[in-house]
Structure formats: C-alpha cells, structure tokens
Unconditional design. Structure first.
Length: 55
C-alpha cells in the first residue's frame, strides 16, 4: 500500500518501527490509530500498488 500524499510504501515484511508494528503485519490488520509514519496521512489515503512497483 502506498500513501497518496507522500508516496511512503507500507511493507508488511518490514513492519513499522515508528508505530511499533511487528514484522509481517498486513495493512488490513494495522490498528485504527495508525497513520503514515512519514506524513501522518490517514489509512484511507493509501492506495494499492502492484507488487512489481516496489521491487
């Protein structure tokens, strides 16, 4: 999933150190209070990207 505002890509295999999200946490299981760690955008501001776009 990619933030439409700042283009931060959430990668489940990395988790999120800022919000203390464990590795392998799917985007769909992030807590409701989670926001983009880069720009503080809401989860609704994220869009699906193709897997090959992040490789």
């Amino acid at each position: 999933m990619e933030c439409k505002i700042c283009h931060y890509v959430y990668k489940p295999e990395e988790g999120d150190d800022y919000w203390q999200i464990e590795v392998d946490t799917p985007f769909s299981q992030l807590p409701d209070h989670w926001h983009c760690p880069n720009c503080d955008g809401f989860m609704e501001q994220f869009m699906v990207i193709a897997r090959e776009d992040i490789l």
